[in-house]
Design a protein around this ligand. Structure first.
Ligand code: NAD
Length: 491
């Protein structure tokens, strides 16, 4: 069966492009898919534009409760097919199967959340103008045709944060996942089809940014570009979108501070410092890759962390003993290796890792050992730039003010944590951090009900929560004069 989905039908790439997908943990082929060209993307945009038809298509005019029913069906389908989808995602990304299973649970929760939101009473607002005979109200409407572009680290989760609110709001879309991890997204489109989404409302193109992505941010028929990925590509898409003043929603990178005060619960802080940075081999936008630890406990804390990091076991997706999977591509592994080399040259002290593992059975995968640097300084490239790999940098601070200043010394502002048993200090620090998410005595949890997004160059806009839906809505003010009369302005 062909793999592009355009105007309600599965379709092959017009230029005949194909791409082989390999598991980055084993090097084995896991599938081959159609690879779209710009012409295919334009076909998909045309289908989405026709289905939207200036807001008069079937989908935008379907009652929101009915749209919510379709999302609920998708959530049920995700739960039913969880094993199959999780396996596909683990093999595409090289992550452990158990992690992929958790991700698919989260994907189902996102669809279920927005399905529930759609069942709530409409939130149109009456404006009291203070004038007799005037009926003034605020309504929300869909934005139009949306380009949804997603990365390879959490392929279906990132897609769900976009697709569910986009559809609930009544928009139509063209979705492009990362070219190296397409399989779970293809499955999602099958579920949308099964849920009865009208033709043209949800379209899928597969391929690279340069091969088929360009129209997603340049075609005048696109009204909104929602992108999750790197800062460099985000900047480019924003510039492209400016030409026709499209809306943009950007979820970009992070270099996230994890602040540990001396009075923190030491076991909890240590254990979570490992999860913060090494979960999914550090390929997490909110990874706590920048440890800031108070001087009085720094030596002991980092020594203990290095011991624990050395014992983390890498392995393939189906290995039940594995604690960490592979990196997602050869190119990404090379990037992480170069970044570590630069850290050494800058004078940071490599405490563990800094190389590929030598375990038998991992030779064909893009594995990299958990890596810890200490003696780091804020101005180092390894402290400021996102490696997106299993690399932790440790810096020390003396005072609360210094911790805040170091944590905010970044072009990014996505997420971070503060560990302390002093509640008042935790609240003060949380208030001063220029981050979209702050965890206190925790790291990584999120819920579909709470907004996610970045300050500064970590992005624009929010996903999840009420604002994650508002990204996909226009706001219209309707003013009705119930007793029309001449204005008298020019009399
Ligand atoms: P990337 O920017 O290389 O690619 C992301 C997507 O954009 C892919 O689908 C890619 O094919 C597509 N793309 C690239 N150029 C394009 C173009 N010109 N036009 C249209 N599409 C184009 O990012 P990546 O390497 O896949 O993902 C890693 C990055 O994603 C990291 O920087 C990470 O921090 C970020 N990320 C952020 C969040 C968040 O919530 N803030 C979540 C996950 C990942």
């Amino acid at each position: 069966m062909p793999d592009l989905f355009i105007d309600g039908a599965w379709s092959a790439a017009t230029a005949g492009g194909r791409r082989r997908i390999t598991c980055p943990a084993t090097g084995e082929t896991v599938g081959e898919v159609d690879e779209a060209s710009d012409a295919d993307t334009r076909r998909a945009i045309a289908a989405a534009a026709a289905a939207f038809a200036d807001g008069a298509g079937d989908w935008p005019t379907t009652a929101i409760m009915e749209r919510a029913v379709r999302l609920d069906r998708v959530a049920a389908g995700l739960r039913r097919d969880k094993d199959q989808i999780a396996l596909a995602e683990a093999l595409d990304t090289g992550k452990r199967l158990v992690e992929a299973e958790c991700d698919i649970d989260d994907v189902a929760s996102v669809f279920a959340h927005y399905a529930a939101v759609g069942q709530e009473p409409a939130s149109g607002r009456i404006v009291d103008t203070g004038r007799a005979g005037i009926d003034s109200r605020i309504v929300t409407e869909p934005v139009g045709v949306c380009s949804l572009i997603t990365p390879w680290n959490y392929p279906l989760l990132q897609a769900s944060w976009k697709v569910a609110p986009c559809l609930l709001a009544g928009n139509t879309f063209v979705l492009k996942p990362s070219e190296i991890t397409p399989h779970s997204t293809i499955h999602l489109i099958r579920l949308l089809q099964e849920a009865g989404l009208p033709a043209g409302v949800g379209n899928l193109v597969l391929g690279t940014g340069s091969g088929c992505g360009e129209p997603l941010s340049t075609d005048p028929r696109v009204d909104l570009v929602s992108f999750t990925g790197s800062l460099a590509v985000g900047r480019q898409l924003m510039a492209n979108a400016a030409t026709t003043v499209k809306r943009v929603a950007l979820e970009l990178g992070g270099k996230n501070p994890n602040i540990v005060f001396a009075d923190a619960d030491r076991d909890a802080a240590l254990d979570n410092a490992l999860t913060a940075v090494f979960l999914h081999s550090g390929q997490v936008c909110s990874a706590g890759a920048r440890l800031l630890v108070q001087q009085s406990i720094a030596e002991e804390f980092v020594d203990a962390l290095v011991d624990r990091a050395r014992s983390i076991r890498p392995g393939t997706p189906l290995d039940p003993a594995a604690q960490i999977g592979s990196l997602t591509s050869a190119g990404h592994l090379a990037k992480v290796e170069a970044y570590v080399q630069r850290g050494i040259e800058e004078g940071a002290r490599l405490r563990c890792g800094g190389r590929r593992p030598e375990n038998p059975g991992l030779e064909n995968g893009f594995f990299y050992l958990p890596t810890v640097f200490d003696n780091c300084r804020a101005e180092m490239h390894i402290v400021q730039e996102e490696s997106f790999g299993p690399v932790l940098t440790a810096e020390t601070f003396a005072t609360e003010q210094e911790a805040i200043a170091l944590a905010n010394d970044s072009i990014y502002g996505l997420a971070g944590a503060v560990w302390t048993s002093n509640q008042a200090m935790a609240d003060r620090v949380a208030a001063r951090l220029r981050l979209g998410t702050v965890w206190i005595n925790d790291y990584h949890p999120y819920v579909a009900q709470a907004e996610w997004g970045g300050y500064k160059q970590s992005g624009i806009g929010r996903e999840l929560g009420d604002h994650g839906l508002a990204e996909y809505q226009e706001i219209k003010h309707i003013w009705r004069n119930c007793s029309p009369a001449p204005s008298g302005w020019f009399s």
